[in-house]
Write a protein that binds this ligand. Structure first.
Ligand code: CTP
Length: 408
């Protein structure tokens, strides 16, 4: 969402400005260009040198900068970018924004812009709760300015706590992505806008007793990458995830489950969907009767027998139910032998539109790794895709899904 985007970052004068340095890094590592504007106050807290070094851009500080103004500098700053991000936004800056005061470069840019504006307020809790600030917030919100935070907690000043801390850089990044996505949806440029995409991801854990379970090596990386790609394509995404070591994805509703039965129930609860992608490595079997207590050795030297029973097949269940089946139903086939034969048989048996087939033999490093080599198997035939990282595989699947949906 941020790749190739041009962001003006206005830094105003609060102690939270130190977090803006990290924010610049986070935005840049996601592929955005960050053009910084600093108020005089901001320069009391952090230096233009640090901001310039991290952004690798000229830092704008002065409204009457002869060098920049010969080509109408502040108007350009206000117009030629995708997003104006204000972090931190102090009480003073919010007040000036609300009342159209322009007494420096930052406020002139904010008054002249027709681009989306996202502000991350940071101030003392009493200042935040003051009626004047709250009214300014209302005015700005009504005018379509977006806000992230402030969060509550300890203030930088001693013995002060409450609502007023600037949101963390990654939360601001997520909010910026959400604002840019909304803009792209409004502009009609996202293929899955207004579509609901349901994705399963990760392994399932099937309990043996209160402390033991049956699991598999799925990391959830491919499923989570699909959720992110679908979000970036404009979809509302529901991710049903088994137990994984991955952080929750910003802006995506994630339902955490353990067992196949719980995954099945969560999927049914969250249908209908336009597209469902079953990327989870669902355990085929569970223990027929889960021990209520930890199973103990009985001293005989004989191990206990575990009786297994088959789990519900989520993909096949929704594939065969007319009223539940999404318009596009995609499954995965994780195989260690007879890849295509097995993938084709799964396509038929589970009534899926596509099967994304991949070889998960240990030597491929697919399970848990970052790369994947897949084939797209459908009624039309088989497409071999080159090895790509899982994020690229996800983007390609989502792009194809968008084409398929918009053609029918
Ligand atoms: N799947 C599912 N529910 C199950 C088992 C599998 O929804 N109980 C889905 C997976 O999410 C995947 C597809 O079915 O999209 C194929 O999964 P896979 O484990 O490769 O196939 P199985 O049906 O389990 O067949 P087998 O284990 O015999 O290869």
């Amino acid at each position: 969402m941020l790749r190739g985007k041009d962001i003006v970052l206005i830094i105003s004068g609060g102690i939270a400005a130190y977090k803006s340095l990290d924010l610049i890094r986070r935005l840049k590592e996601r592929g955005a260009r960050v053009v910084p504007v600093m108020t005089n106050g901001a320069q009391e807290f952090i230096t233009p040198l640090a901001v310039g070094a991290l952004s690798a851009e000229k830092v704008f500080t002065n409204l009457f900068d002869r060098e920049a103004e010969h080509d109408v500098g502040h108007i350009r700053l206000a117009r030629d970018h995708d997003l104006i991000l204000v972090a931190p936004a102090t009480a003073n800056l919010m007040a000036k924004m609300a009342h159209g005061i322009t007494d420096d470069l930052a406020t002139a840019v904010l008054l002249a812009t027709d681009k989306p504006v996202l502000a991350a307020p940071a101030m003392n809790p009493k200042m935040w709760l003051h009626e004047a600030t709250q009214r300014n917030l209302e005015t700005l919100t009504e005018r379509g300015i977006s806000f992230v935070g402030p969060a509550s907690g300890e203030m930088a000043e001693r013995n002060e706590s409450g609502v007023g801390r600037m949101s963390e850089p990654l939360e601001i990044v997520a909010a910026a992505e959400a604002v840019l996505r909304e803009e792209a949806i409004k502009a009609g440029s996202l293929p899955l806008a207004n579509k609901h995409v349901l994705i399963t991801s990760g392994p399932t854990h099937e309990p043996i007793d209160p402390v033991r379970f049956i699991a598999n090596r799925s990391s959830g990386k491919q499923g989570h990458a699909l959720a992110r790609a679908a979000f970036e394509a404009g979809a509302r995404v529901t991710l049903v995830s088994g137990p994984v070591d991955l952080p929750d994805l910003a802006n995506i509703t994630t339902i955490h489950v353990e067992s196949a039965a719980a995954m099945m129930a969560a999927v049914e609860d969250n249908l209908p969907a336009d597209i469902a992608i079953m990327a989870a490595a669902v355990a085929d079997w569970r223990v027929a009767s889960e021990g209520a207590q930890k199973i103990k050795k009985d001293g005989s030297g004989k191990p206990p027998a575990l009786e297994l029973t088959e789990n519900p097949d989520i993909l096949a269940t929704i594939g065969h139910q007319k009223n539940l089946r999404p318009r596009l139903l995609i499954g995965f086939a994780a195989e260690t032998q007879d890849l295509l034969k097995n993938a084709r048989s799964k396509l038929e048996r589970k009534n899926a539109d596509w099967i994304i087939a991949n070889d998960v033999s240990p030597e491929t490093g697919v399970m848990g790794g970052d790369a994947n080599t897949v084939r797209l198997v459908s009624q039309e035939g088989v497409e071999d895709w080159p090895q790509m990282d899982k994020a690229e595989v996800a983007r390609k699947i989502i792009a194809r899904a968008g084409d398929a949906l918009n053609q029918t």
